[in-house]
Write a protein that binds this ligand. Structure first.
Ligand code: TEU
Length: 549
């Protein structure tokens, strides 16, 4: 059985994890200090978001030096200590590599700006249109046009994200070889995994105006993407079967993911896709308020489960990361059914076919930030889009309401360790506000409590290791048209697992198309849950049932 099928990955946003030196920012030493907590949870890999030298305009996704630790996060000695201590506990480090773009403070970009032709060709430059407009009408994901004018060249460079994040020119073989060198550098330091940021955007196609959208169809899953990934695989991590990789795939197609993460493709171990997290968008438009479409959510989750299984390709499965609002606030309930809904949402993800990812704080049911003023926000995307909404004439209050639901800062408030000031995150002033509910929602209150959300996650992580059916089983949706229940079946070597969840606060009835009498309740969010074919499900009730042959 392959390792990553039985494994669970835990994502750490170091800036918000634990501050040990009182400067208000978390750092690598903070991660080292909490390894025993992570070991207790039972996870296998720790994905750390970027801690490389960076001006931090996008919190480290704007890398200025891929081989150095940003002093704000510590030193190379700190990294090596973390790596040693993690290894002692059987935890593998997964690094976050941002290769679609570099910071404009990267040496390569500085040399490019100074006119060095070698480095200029590391980036993507185009002339403007004769009418003085930028080369194309593509939009930056963080708002505004995706091209920035540089007067000394009378040319524009491409930035799909912030203007301080210049897109690399992967069609230049020297860029590909530099990137491979960086991966080998970190492999030599013993890392056990890589997450590749927006990796499906690296191969740009035609540079044309997009009359139908924001330009993404010209650079998403682009013409040479599979070639570049296979090359990188062969030159670096593909040489070490102990390394796992995950690609962040922005607006991707399932057909491409069959190849990105196919068992025989020699590209990546698995992929993140985001379609299931756009069910509360309007198309691709995130900065609106629309209720989550439950049927769409099921359709997307189920079709990806079936499609990827049918093509022997592997998914990363998740609700949360540092770009997403907190799932209990998004699809669950922050109030009366906080605990039940957080556990239900955990069951839905952790019983799927794929490698589950837990984002820091998810395992204790952390909620959205609840910010009410612009001064509380830090994220470049949120700040830019607030201004864009205001420029369109929206009232400040309406714009706040949207940020409140969709801002990435919802996920970035400090980890709530205990009920002491600032949730035990820092003795100083935190770089972003701590959610005041830390007095109630914190790790200390949950570790060791058999009924806590933490213990529930711990159980799910363990069950994946104990039951081949969770790690390796097939996938079948059950009664997908039901208005309130999300249910599926997994089968493997004579075992059958059912995961049945009421997604809503209202009780409902659900009849399984297969007889459930005699199944064992492996896990539930109600202490007295029982298996039966006709179920009366209580608010957010979720059952994981097992039948052994
Ligand atoms: O995010 C990629 C991405 O396109 C979105 O998730 C983005 O964060 C935004 O929400 C679109 O609305 C990755 C990283 O995860 C993110 O933190 C970085 O800001 C981004 O790439 C650029 O490196």
């Amino acid at each position: 059985m392959c390792d990553f099928r039985t494994s669970t990955v835990y994502q750490i946003y170091p800036k918000s994890f634990l501050d040990t030196n009182g400067d208000g920012l978390g750092e690598l030493r903070g991660v080292t200090a909490k390894l025993d907590y992570l070991k207790e949870l039972g996870v296998d890999y720790l994905w750390l978001t970027p801690f490389f030298v960076s001006p931090q305009n996008d919190n480290g996704y704007d890398v200025a030096d891929y081989r150095q630790i940003d002093p704000r996060y510590g030193t190379m000695d700190d990294f090596e200590e973390l790596s040693r201590e993690a290894e002692k506990r059987g935890l593998g480090l997964m690094l976050d590599m941002v290769f679609n773009h570099t910071s404009t403070e990267h040496e390569w970009f500085r040399k490019a700006l100074a006119g060095d032709p070698k480095y200029k060709d590391y980036y993507i430059w185009k002339k403007g249109k004769p009418n003085g407009e930028p080369p194309t009408n593509w939009e930056s994901k963080f708002g505004g046009n995706a091209w920035e004018y540089v007067p000394q060249f009378d040319e524009y460079y491409l930035h799909l994200f912030d203007k301080t994040q210049a897109d690399l020119n992967w069609d230049n073989p020297e860029v590909r070889s530099e990137v491979a060198d960086v991966v080998r550098f970190w492999m030599a330091k013993g890392v056990k995994g890589f997450r590749f940021d927006v990796i499906n955007l690296i191969s740009k196609g035609a540079f044309e105006d997009d009359s139908q959208g924001d330009g993404r169809r010209f650079y998403t899953d682009g013409p040479r993407i599979h070639q570049y990934l296979r090359e990188l695989n062969e030159a670096t991590f593909g040489q070490d079967p102990g390394i796992i990789t995950v690609g962040e795939m922005s607006s991707t197609s399932m057909e491409n993911c069959f190849r990105y993460a196919g068992a025989e493709s020699h590209e990546l171990s698995m992929v993140f896709s985001f379609h299931h997290l756009k069910v509360d968008f309007m198309g691709n438009e995130k900065w609106v308020l629309v209720p989550a479409d439950f049927h769409k959510l099921k359709d997307i989750l189920f079709s990806w489960q079936q499609g990827m299984a049918a093509h022997d390709a592997w998914n990363a499965v998740f609700w949360c990361n540092h770009d997403q609002p907190r799932v209990v606030s998004r699809f669950g309930d922050e109030g009366t059914y906080w605990k039940q809904s957080a556990k239900m949402l955990a069951n839905v993800i952790h019983c799927l076919r794929g490698t589950p990812y837990i984002y820091q704080g998810e395992e204790i049911g952390m909620t959205n930030a609840g910010f009410t003023d612009l001064s509380q926000y830090r994220d470049v995307e949120s700040l830019n889009h607030f201004q864009i909404l205001r420029d369109k004439g929206m009232s400040a209050q309406s714009a706040y309401n949207i940020l409140n639901v969709h801002s990435r800062d919802n996920a970035r408030t400090p980890m709530q360790w205990d009920a002491s000031p600032n949730g035990g995150f820092t003795a100083g002033t935190p770089w972003i506000g701590v959610n005041p509910n830390y007095t109630r929602i914190n790790a200390q209150a949950q570790v060791g409590d058999p009924d806590s959300i933490f213990t529930h996650y711990q159980t799910l992580v363990r069950l994946r290791k104990e039951y081949g059916v969770i790690a390796c089983g097939d996938f079948e949706a059950l009664d997908p048209g039901h208005p309130a229940v999300l249910a599926y079946r997994r089968r493997w070597q004579g075992d059958t697992l059912y995961c049945i969840s009421n997604f809503y606060p209202k009780p409902c009835t659900w009849t399984c198309p297969e007889a459930l009498e005699g199944c064992q309740v492996l896990l539930s969010n109600y202490p007295d849950a029982r298996a039966s074919t006709a179920l009366e499900l209580r608010p957010y009730e979720s059952l994981v049932l097992l039948r052994r042959s």
